[in-house]
Design a protein around this ligand. Structure first.
Ligand SMILES: Nc1ncnc2c1ncn2[C@@H]1O[C@H](COP(=O)(O)OP(=O)(O)OP(=O)(O)O)[C@@H](O)[C@H]1O
Ligand SMILES: [Mg+2]
Length: 319
């Protein structure tokens, strides 16, 4: 049985120009000890999907319009703020796209981690601080005791990411959500951060939701993949299946964007066309203006989800 089962999640933002259907009927399952990769271009609703699970959507203008997120027999979306505070950090932790959203500039890194530990575990101040130093050591921050007494701005970008992982993992959550933990970092630091997440996954059996633009990161780190396009799931399944046999033209396009080597030369292809305006999405399949295989039905009717044994896609090509 899945650890987390999300059904038909809908999160909208009511803004001056109209309604942005940022997440519009997304369903997925996260298995115990596995990594689910969520991939899609900017604005596809990856971050909003994750924030919805923790009820960290600013309301208003945001609204969780519908859906379910079942974990341990309860629907996270129906929990009160008080109940949700027990879920955050202890059951589900999140590494944010921008470290400074998670780290408070006014407190030392060690104090912040210690405080989170004290919120969820029965330990005194000194023990919590010692545990915080252990966590900083576990994420390979050099001289962890001295670093625990630093303020976030005194750390480099890579170290801030590590400190945020230490903070997120300090209560050994069942689920770690890592939202683009790497895009702002150089490639070697990015690889180290992904390795670190993998180590925690192995050590504690943590399940991971890994959000990224990068299909390459997904194929090296995820077990299952969900591809999103302007608020909808377009394809999901086992990573090998998706990698070897992508069904949706959008997934095929993303796969094509992975750095390819041709005769010693590396070329990075980009996908033609643009993500549509989220307030005014194209009718039918939102991808149809960019799709090389579009038929007339694609322009008028939303595609059904077609099931190929553990591999699903929402596309008229197969319906
Ligand atoms: N607070 C908000 N108010 C209004 N619209 C919002 C808000 N937060 C997100 N959105 C909109 O919701 C949509 C999905 O945004 P989201 O941040 O989930 O995208 P993403 O897939 O995470 O993109 P990226 O890869 O750039 O991080 C976008 O159109 C975005 O403009
Ligand atoms: Mg995002």
């Amino acid at each position: 049985m899945s650890l987390l089962s999300v059904k038909d999640l809908k999160t909208y933002f009511h803004v001056y120009m109209g309604t942005v259907k940022s997440v519009d009927g997304v369903s997925f399952d996260l298995e115990r000890g596995k990594t689910l990769g969520i991939v899609g271009e900017s604005g596809s609703g990856k971050t909003v999907s994750c924030l919805s699970l923790l009820k960290l959507i600013p309301m208003p203008p945001g609204e969780i319009v519908g859906g379910q997120a079942m974990m341990d027999g309860e629907d996270l979306l129906t929990l009160s703020e008080k109940e949700m505070r027990k879920v955050r950090g202890r059951k589900i932790s999140m590494i944010f796209q921008e470290p400074m959203t998670a780290l408070n500039p006014l407190y030392t890194v060690g104090d912040q981690i210690a405080e989170t530990i004290r919120l969820h575990q029965k330990v005194n101040k000194r023990e919590a601080f010692e545990k915080a130093v252990e966590m900083l050591d576990a994420v390979s921050i050099p001289a962890p005791k001295a670093r625990a007494m630093s303020y976030p701005h005194q750390l480099s970008g890579g170290m801030k990411q590590r400190a945020m992982i230490a903070l997120a993992m300090s209560c050994h959550p069942q689920i770690l959500i890592a939202d683009e933990p790497s895009t702002a970092l150089d490639v070697t630091v990015q690889a180290q951060i992904l390795l670190l997440i993998d180590e925690f996954k192995k050590k504690y059996g943590t399940s991971v939701i890994l959000v990224t633009h990068n299909m390459g990161v997904i194929t090296s780190s995820a077990d299952d993949v969900m591809v999103m396009y302007v608020g909808k799931m377009v394809e999901k399944g086992n990573v090998y299946e998706i990698f070897n046999n992508p069904k949706h033209p959008y997934t095929q396009g993303l796969m094509d964007c992975i750095l390819k080597s041709t005769g010693g030369k590396q070329i990075l292809k980009t996908m033609p066309g643009f993500i549509p305006n989220p307030i005014n999405k194209p009718q039918g399949c939102a991808f149809h203006p960019r799709c090389p295989h579009r038929k007339s039905i694609c322009m008028n009717e939303e595609p059904p989800v077609v099931d190929f044994n553990e591999h699903k896609t929402a596309c008229w090509l197969y319906a």
